[in-house]
Design a protein around this ligand. Structure first.
Ligand code: ADP
Ligand code: MG
Length: 263
């Protein structure tokens, strides 16, 4: 299992190296509609290098769309999104290159079912970044070791538990050496006993200084790991504060209402 003390730091070797605190992900006046439905309303959000932002809010409030927009999986109608100063283009080679800066982990693990665990982690670096196979393998084994599944490297995804698959998904995203990691409800599809092993890996990443945007209903994680909590409702950022402030003294009625329903 993931043992925090033996984790090899990844951030020093990833694109996270840089000046902590400078803006890394910047959304300015972002709007997005699905037909008549206004799902992102004038979103302004800056995530600084090394910061862990936890996004919470009711179902349907636009959290997944926000993540997908940051990664250009979802086009936006207006506004701008920059990653480390670069605008993500809509398509093309440049998009693939810049998208590699944004690691994404979804609720459903999305591993390649017909590839081994090792191949799942080496494929991106080899195909998208031109990393030599031997180097990609070495790096993948380090990452699998750090998320506690190195001994599963030769297996296929279906042979692993959900918690193990999600840890592989994290290793796969890290293999691209992203500047920021997006997590969209990474533990929502897991059995309760597997949630902790995934959150432990995420907590270790956060402690190392990885820049992270995490959509989650795990309030324990939010309290412990977040530098900032962003509360969304109906496509808007309603409230932003430290976890301490947010959980003890939410300012908006909508956040108060949301928190009261969790108890
Ligand atoms: P959350 O992740 O907070 O639950 P989503 O971002 O998934 O919210 O969805 C926000 C709103 O947009 C919801 O009302 C949802 O039904 C709608 N929506 C999401 N994706 C699509 C889509 N591809 N087409 C139409 N409506 C969508
Ligand atoms: Mg969602």
């Amino acid at each position: 299992d993931a043992n925090e003390t033996s984790l090899t730091p990844v951030t020093a070797r990833s694109g996270t190296a840089g000046t902590p605190g400078e803006p890394l992900v910047v959304l300015s006046d972002v709007n997005k509609h699905f037909g008549e439905l206004h799902v992102l309303k004038d979103i302004n959000l800056t995530v600084s290098r090394g910061e862990v932002v936890v996004v919470i809010g009711p179902s349907g409030s636009g959290k997944s769309t926000l993540c997908r927009a940051i990664n250009r999986l979802e086009p936006i109608d207006s506004g701008t999104i920059t990653i480390d100063g670069s605008h993500l283009p809509e398509e093309g080679k440049e998009l693939a290159r810049l998208r590699a800066d944004v690691g994404m982990v979804f609720q459903s693990f999305n591993l390649f079912a017909h590839k081994s665990i090792l191949e799942n982690v080496t494929l991106g670096p080899i195909k998208a970044k031109g990393v030599r196979s031997a180097d990609a393998k070495k790096r993948a084994m380090e990452l699998l070791d750090r998320v506690g599944v190195a001994n599963q490297a030769g297996k296929h995804p279906a042979q692993l538990s959900g918690g193990q698959q999600q840890r592989v998904a994290i290793a796969r995203a890290l293999a691209m050496q992203p500047k920021v990691m997006l997590f969209d409800e990474p533990t929502s599809a897991l059995d309760p006993e597997m949630i902790t092993e995934v959150l432990d890996v995420m907590t270790a990443l956060a402690k190392e200084g990885m820049t992270m945007v995490v959509v989650t209903h795990e309030m324990g994680f939010a309290r412990k790991a977040a530098d900032r909590v962003v509360f969304m409702d109906a496509g808007q950022i309603v409230e932003e504060s430290t976890p301490e402030e947010f959980f003890t003294n939410p300012k908006s009625h909508r956040a108060q209402d949301f928190l009261s329903k969790l108890l």
